[in-house]
Design a binder for this molecule. Structure first.
Ligand code: NI
Length: 170
């Protein structure tokens, strides 16, 4: 197991569109365990492979209080979305310290392979539904700040670039 470095916005690699996972083999299983370790270490509730610079359709999520209910989604596809949408406050491990409002479907059904390569259907609402939509966006190269106004986005970009420069100087 290993902790993986997480790409930070505005790293252009975050805009890469991921390819489907062709086979759930030992390499993918090792990647899943490293991604889970990285997500738990960073106190995140979700991590997409895109964020660790692997451009394959793979997501790990855990929205449980106890941090003991990992969900693995490989090649996820939304098969149903609710008519209703809701605005929620979101954050992202690739956009540290920034939280803002994004509109998402209230509920979704997602078909995906699990960590063993078995097909599964997940019916999600609430925080899990938000998290699934946020992570699936990463797989198509979209970061949540792209839903915000250009003015806000530019402020966030400037702030993050500045804080990364300060970290390098330390
Ligand atoms: Ni994110």
């Amino acid at each position: 197991m290993a902790l993986l470095p997480i790409l930070r916005y505005p790293d252009p690699r975050l805009h890469t569109v991921a390819k489907p996972v062709s086979v759930v083999d030992a390499r993918i299983k090792a990647l899943i365990s490293d991604m889970l370790e990285t997500m738990y270490d960073a106190n995140g509730i979700g991590l997409a492979a895109t964020q660790i610079d692997v451009h394959e359709r793979l997501i790990v999520i855990d929205v449980s209080e106890e941090r003991d209910a990992p969900l693995v989604l490989i090649n996820p596809e939304l098969v149903w979305t609710s008519e209703e949408k809701h605005v929620n406050e979101e954050g992202c491990l690739s956009v540290p310290g920034i939280y803002d409002s994004v509109e998402r479907y209230n509920a979704v059904h997602v078909r995906a392979l699990d960590g063993q390569g078995q097909s599964q259907m997940t019916q999600a609402d609430g925080l899990l539904a938000v998290c699934i939509q946020h992570e699936m966006d990463h797989l198509v190269g979209k970061v949540f700040v792209e839903y915000l106004s250009p003015l806000k986005r530019n402020r966030i970009k400037t702030k993050l670039i500045k804080s990364q420069r300060e970290e390098l100087r330390r």
